[in-house]
Write a protein that binds this ligand. Structure first.
Ligand code: PMT
Length: 404
């Protein structure tokens, strides 16, 4: 977990949509990150989700429509106080009415007035009936808001509370949390850059049900991808067969299975990429022949496979790099960490190598944390922490060299 995601000040505006019933979960997840959450409800939202439930979860009284220009709080003006206090303003769900009001600059509720008054980044999650969402007026309002710098996150496709099937669902809480992190990210120094990441293991099949692989889960590679997105990059991930851990929101994921398929996917995207991150644990060998049917154990006391070498994708990328392209490798080592990593970095023509001691406890394959040495031609630093924190430290080092 990146420290900057914790203890943030979030103003959550809940407006009239059935999906408001999902908001208590969001509040409790934000509180687990030690965030302070102020909640404002429109009159319509009050009838869908209980202000008492939201107050209890946030540990603060929820602000209601009756608080607008009311003297109940003495001389405190809620919409100005909240607008100034917030580091990010989230509207979830955002009704067609609220989007329309903000597009026109109306200020007849605490929510509307706070949205006009804030200088913090605003993230809208429209959620409504599909026909309301697709209506040209709603689309125009959302376009106007996006052009003014409001981040408008498309609703998801699925079955809607009104009985329709279509685009209009509020995204899952995990996605909303990712968008909040994106809005709060302290650095956007990869904005406009294209980053290609490989992550996870590869699988080399011996027959239709047996394969050679390794314990990579893709956590490190996905952390590299997510943290690049937080910094503003467009990110594509070539992901080996690993369960998807954490959110892939904002990332374009290309699933592959074998080393050969990973190589093809990397080569197809190489021209597009400004930076290539090779965090995948690529199988170095595959069976020379792939047996079509499951091998039976009967009458076979032993089996012999002839293995042939897979292509070294990182080396091929290093050989075909174009001017200005930046290459980052990971080296999984169990001995002579730095010496081996430096030799691989030179052999594969990489700019930065992340040497990973995969035999250390809490480090390497499968762990949520990692201990690495970040190695360049002229520097070497040790870093330990969550895989996300390690990834962010790698980007710090990479940006200094790639985009000085
Ligand atoms: O996925 P996790 O469970 O989170 O684990 C993370 C990790 C341990 C897999 C990751 O941090 C890591 O160390 N990845 C690199 C693993 C590896 O294959 O190391 P290597 O030393 O064998 O290869 C060096 C570099 O060459 C790597 O960038 C690798 O992607 C690349 N390579 C290797 C072989 C090959 N045929 N083609 C390659 O491109």
């Amino acid at each position: 977990m990146l420290e900057w995601k914790r203890s943030r000040k979030i103003l959550l505006c809940v407006t009239g949509g059935i999906a408001a019933y999902k908001i208590p979960d969001l509040v409790s997840r934000l509180r687990k990150l030690d965030c302070e959450v102020e909640i404002v409800l429109t009159k319509a939202a009050e009838s869908i989700v209980s202000p008492l439930a939201l107050s209890t979860l946030s540990g603060r009284r929820a602000w209601l429509q009756d608080d607008f220009l009311s003297d109940k709080r003495g001389f405190e003006i809620p919409h100005i106080h909240l607008a100034d206090w917030a580091e990010v303003v989230v509207v979830a769900p955002c009704s067609a009415e609220t989007a329309s009001g903000l597009a026109q600059g109306r200020a007849e509720s605490v929510v509307a007035a706070a949205l006009l008054a804030t200088r913090a980044p605003v993230v809208l999650f429209p959620a409504m009936n599909v026909h309301m969402f697709e209506h040209p007026a709603t689309q125009q309002n959302l376009r106007i808001l996006a052009e003014r710098g409001v981040r408008v996150v498309d609703p998801e496709f699925g079955s809607l509370a009104c009985g329709y099937e279509g685009k209009g669902r509020l995204p899952e809480t995990a996605l909303i949390l990712e968008e909040i992190a994106y809005a709060l990210s302290p650095r956007r120094n990869l904005a406009g850059r294209h980053v290609l990441v490989t992550a996870g293991p590869t699988r080399e099949y011996l027959d239709p049900v047996r394969f050679i692989s390794n314990p990579s889960t893709g956590k490190m590679g996905m952390a590299m991808a997510r943290t690049a997105w937080y910094r503003g990059a467009e990110v594509r991930v070539v992901l080996g067969p690993a369960p998807r851990v954490g959110s892939t929101h904002g990332l374009e994921v290309h699933d592959v299975v074998s080393a050969l398929a990973m190589r093809d996917a990397v080569m197809e995207n190489l021209e597009w990429a400004g930076c290539v991150v090779k965090a995948a644990a690529v199988g170095d060998y595959r069976s020379e022949e792939r047996v079509e049917h499951k091998i039976k154990r009967e009458k076979k006391d032993s089996l012999t496979f002839s293995l042939v070498q897979n292509p070294d994708i990182a080396a091929e990328v290093g050989k075909n790099r174009r001017a200005g392209q930046f290459l980052i490798g990971f080296a999984a080592e169990t001995d002579d960490l730095v010496q081996n990593a430096r030799a691989k970095m030179a052999r594969k023509g990489l700019d930065l190598m992340v040497a990973n001691d995969v035999s250390a406890p809490g480090s390497g394959f499968g762990a949520d944390t990692n201990t690495v040495r970040i190695i360049s031609d002229d520097d070497e630093t040790q870093f330990s922490g969550s895989k996300e924190a390690v990834a962010d430290a790698v980007w710090e080092a990479a940006v200094r060299r790639w985009l000085p």
